[in-house]
Design a binder for this molecule. Structure first.
Ligand code: PMP
Ligand code: GLN
Length: 389
């Protein structure tokens, strides 16, 4: 028989699904895959429940219901001062993952070069490769995850179509600085390239840091597609509602890619996310502060066990160097053993690399209640002791 897709045939299941499956199988405390252990704000869920019963439940407009597109435009103005035309510059998708796929499909032609920053979120590479893009990757390096601007420039060429930027960054917990963003913007202008900005953790920047969308820098407004996710902003990861903001020249082909991917997204969830985005500033500051406290709690607990904890400026995640507590073996083996023997689950950071990955970093997720984090830390401490003998 003829071969099936060379991108997807034989591809392993994503590390998040694998580790969550193993955690379920072993009744482990899952600090791997990034999802909160609470169910999102009750008022937002109530709006969704009411809208489900009241309807309409038929196909909503292809690019999203007007209330949500208006709310996305208003949030762009409120948080970043961006003026966005909700009718021509916003598209609602079934999660940020679909949004990333739509943007890549709409922008990348076979043979185009695409700059990716490693470690990278797992869907980027197959999506770019399947679109025929040639990946040029640069790295941010632990422990402080700095971006080598010389290496970044070297990754660009006349063939560069696109850079995919994730800030705040999963798994590094890095928030790209104004200087780094300016260097990226300069390169996009110099090489006449676009950026797709995965900003799903836009409301999770800590210690007073501001999230700066690349789109707000000079010359970037019509070169950048900016992606948000209600899953992250409202702790409703199972809802899979994403939104793209881009100038009409970009949004038009992106919406056409969306048209033949999912076409549209459940209307009741869209209505509830519109309500959520219009919530007062206290929701957003409370959300950030609450998550920062959980970061502090997990970081302290990991440091108390003896781990060297990398700085976490944003997102749901903390990374640690396994060698710092004397753990031998690869991150993949350690994460499996930690789940099976220790009853606590993390994600191996090597899964976020194309090749030549460092194999001693583990990623822990802190968007969990304090008791849950404490139980995980207790088990982890016991396992590390046992493992060291
Ligand atoms: N990008 C990053 C960096 C993520 O961590 C995630 C995980 N949720 C996504 C995109 C996907 O978001 P969604 O669940 O809205 O598809
Ligand atoms: N973004 C989540 C994480 O990094 C996982 C989402 C998924 O499983 N697709 O853990």
């Amino acid at each position: 028989m003829k071969p099936t897709s060379s991108t997807y045939t034989g591809m392993p299941t994503t590390v998040f699904e694998v580790m969550s499956g193993l955690a379920r199988e072993h009744g482990s405390i899952n600090l791997g895959q990034g999802f909160p252990d609470t169910d999102g704000p009750e008022d937002i869920r109530r709006v969704a429940a009411d809208a489900l019963m009241e309807g309409p439940n038929q196909y909503p407009p292809m690019v999203g219901i007007p209330e949500l597109r208006q709310a996305v435009a208003a949030a762009n103005k409120r948080f970043y001062g961006l003026d966005v035309d909700w009718q021509r510059e916003v598209c609602v998708t079934s999660g940020a993952t679909e949004a990333i796929s739509d943007c890549i499909n709409a922008l990348v032609e076979p043979g185009d070069e695409v700059v990716l920053i490693e470690p990278l979120y797992d869907c980027y590479l197959p999506l770019v490769e399947h679109a025929g893009g040639i990946v040029k990757s640069v790295r941010i390096t632990p422990p402080d995850w700095t971006l080598d601007l010389g290496a970044l420039e070297a990754a660009f060429s006349e063939k560069t179509k696109l850079l995919l930027l994730n800030s705040p960054h999963n798994p590094a917990g890095k928030v790209f600085s104004q200087t780094e963003l300016q260097a990226i913007a300069d390169l996009l202008l110099k090489y006449d390239a676009y950026a797709v900005c995965d900003e799903v953790y836009e409301h999770l920047t800590f210690d007073g840091r501001r999230h700066i969308p690349l789109m707000t820098l000079d010359g970037m407004r019509d070169r950048v597609a900016r992606i948000g996710s209600a899953g992250k902003t409202f702790s409703l990861t199972g809802w899979k509602i994403g939104y793209i903001t881009a100038a009409p020249n970009l949004l038009d082909p992106i919406a056409k890619a969306h048209q033949f991917c999912t076409f549209t997204t459940p209307p009741n969830l869209q209505k509830a996310v519109a309500y959520g985005l219009n919530k007062g500033d206290d929701y957003f500051t409370g959300f950030t502060e609450g998550m920062q406290a959980q970061r502090d709690h997990l970081a302290k607990g990991l440091a108390d066990i003896g781990f060297e904890v990398a700085p976490c400026e944003g997102t749901y995640f903390i990374t640690v160097d396994a060698r710092s507590v004397g753990l031998d073996g690869t991150d993949v083996d350690l994460c499996r053993d930690m789940t099976v023997e220790g009853g606590v689950t993390a994600v191996p950071v090597s899964a976020f690399y194309r090749s030549d990955a460092p194999t001693h970093f583990l990623r822990f997720c802190f968007c969990k209640q304090t008791d849950f984090l404490d139980s995980g830390l207790e088990r982890l401490a016991a396992w590390v002791r046992m493992r060291r003998g």
